[in-house]
Design a protein around this ligand. Structure first.
Ligand code: UTP
Ligand code: MG
Length: 493
């Protein structure tokens, strides 16, 4: 018995200094104090102080943390560290200066975050070198500022519905500049000196930085008219004017439109409704590739030397994984030989039983009327807007046809645009159809304002020399404009 202790003393070493006996009063807030620059003793002191006031303060960074508080830290370095910390979603974190903490201690509760509470940051040195023209920026699909650009693009769309061209373009330009930045914006200081960011845009960004959301866009999203117009224009063949007409008639859903006997849908809209579910589903890269093989084979069967290029978002390296349609450009090496080719391709697709819808437009190219000043206008090349049937069997094994669970019809409908050009217009058409839309807009604006030239999908015209500049490749066009070549995957402006 002598050897058995009377008392067993259990000593618990608590490695987790977050263990706290204080009662937590503010459950929605979990603070993490950054030790860097603050020092460990000040950190301990501030931790005890906050806990005594009912704040939950964690010593370890985890997904529980909501408010990261730092003293004299540069926002850029802080965010870089947070991104590398293995947290699930750093974008939901409030990253704050010590002033938020001291204000909260004084008030005895977590105070509302204001701009002055955001961590200090200086404008990135690169700001001065960001051009107002997308063709002088490099924009990949890696967008570090999606939380802003999604909102700005939605506001642009709303302005478009309201026919407010100025604000629409301003929001689109701002989104485009933010997409080109090499890192995420975490404070308003970081956008100082950047072009195309107006007061409205900055106000929206400030809201997002402080509250993590935009009340302005939420207001737009909950607007009945916006919802209806967005829904109606999502149907192939329905533009903002038709959508507005339907809205004014009191119609709010697609069902109501189909049930309304006085509404006469045109052929395109009928197809749009018929294949709505399929064509509002994104097209994958694998599906685009399968379509390319089908169309290439078809064109080669008719004309073995025909040339087919994938354009739009799927163009070899523009890098998009998904698109709303698949765009192709067709030409022949010899001038004039392209005439009639597109119609024969369409016939052949019909014979194969995969043509679900086709709207063909003949060429109206008239070089005496080019280039057009209205760069939003549709070009004059011969083209067709198609809906094709893509069979599961035509897909690569690894690609797979996208299926809804429980749906195994074995095929899907896909929107395809097919454009045919004479070979001497091919480079211009390729550049124009590769996009993005904002990149094209800025390329044309740059040509006009900076070079006294006129560019569109058909030609480049030098207004001073009064002559058309020939091009056999996109590189030629960039060279005429005195621009460094921008690869397709850098044009996601
Ligand atoms: P899309 O609308 O297909 O865009 O037009 P996208 O980039 O492929 O993206 P998705 O399909 O929505 O995923 C492709 C490009 O063709 C040009 C546009 O400028 C756009 O950049 N285009 C489109 C024209 O030049 N003329 C047209 O009539 C239509
Ligand atoms: Mg496309």
């Amino acid at each position: 018995n002598f050897f058995w202790p009377r008392f067993i003393i259990i000593i618990i070493f608590s490695g987790d200094r977050s263990a706290s006996i204080e009662e937590v009063k503010f459950n929605e807030v979990t603070v993490y104090l950054v030790e860097r620059k603050m020092g460990s003793s000040r950190r301990s002191f501030l931790t005890s102080l906050a806990r005594s006031k009912g704040f939950r303060v964690e010593y370890a960074l985890s997904d529980e943390v909501t408010h990261v508080v730092a003293e004299d830290n540069q926002a850029g370095a802080l965010w870089a560290w947070l991104r590398g910390s293995g947290l699930r979603d750093v974008s939901r974190l409030q990253v704050l200066d010590i002033s938020w903490f001291t204000d909260s201690m004084r008030e005895g509760r977590p105070v509302t975050v204001e701009t002055r509470h955001l961590t200090e940051c200086s404008p990135p040195t690169a700001a001065a070198s960001v051009s107002q023209y997308a063709c002088l920026r490099r924009t990949t699909t890696e967008n570090h500022n999606k939380i802003f650009t999604d909102v700005l693009e939605e506001l642009a769309e709303n302005s478009e519905f309201n026919e407010s061209k100025g604000p629409c373009l301003a929001f689109r330009r701002a989104a485009s500049v933010l997409k080109s930045l090499p890192s995420a914006v975490h404070c308003l200081g970081a956008i100082q000196g950047l072009p195309c960011l107006g007061e409205h845009t900055k106000a929206v960004m400030e809201e997002i930085l402080i509250f993590g959301r935009s009340f302005k866009v939420e207001e737009v999203q909950s607007d009945e008219r916006y919802q209806a117009l967005k829904l109606f224009t999502s149907v192939f063949g329905v533009g903002p004017k038709t959508a507005e007409k339907w809205y004014r008639r009191g119609l709010r859903s697609l069902k109501e439109i189909l049930a309304e006997p006085n509404i006469q849908l045109n052929r395109m809209q009928r197809a749009g409704f018929l294949y709505y579910r399929d064509i509002s589903k994104a097209v994958s890269k694998a599906e685009a590739k399968a379509l390319r093989s089908i169309i290439e084979e078809t064109a080669h069967w008719i004309a073995p030397d025909s040339i087919l290029a994938l354009t739009g978002g799927f163009r070899s390296h523009r890098g998009k994984e998904y698109g709303h349609d698949v765009d192709f450009l067709l030409t022949m090496p010899e001038m004039g030989k392209e005439e009639g080719l597109l119609l024969r391709v369409i016939d052949r697709l019909r014979d194969q039983g995969i043509l679900l819808y086709c709207e063909h437009q003949g060429s109206t190219v008239d070089m005496s009327k080019l280039p057009s000043r209205r760069f939003e206008a549709m070009d004059h090349f011969e083209k067709c807007f198609l809906i094709l049937r893509l069979e599961e069997g035509q897909m690569e094994r690894d690609g797979g046809l996208q299926k809804d669970p429980g749906e195994s019809r074995g095929w899907r409908a896909v929107r395809v645009d097919l454009v045919a050009t004479p070979v001497d217009r091919y480079a211009f058409a390729l550049l124009g159809w590769t996009g993005s839309r904002q990149f094209e807009r800025d390329l044309r604006r740059f040509a006009r304002k900076e070079r006294g030239m006129c560019l569109d999908n058909h030609a480049l015209y030098d207004k001073t020399k009064k002559l058309f500049l020939p091009a056999t490749s996109e590189e030629d066009i960039f060279a005429h404009l005195g621009l460094e070549y921008v690869e397709p995957w850098q044009r996601n402006a």
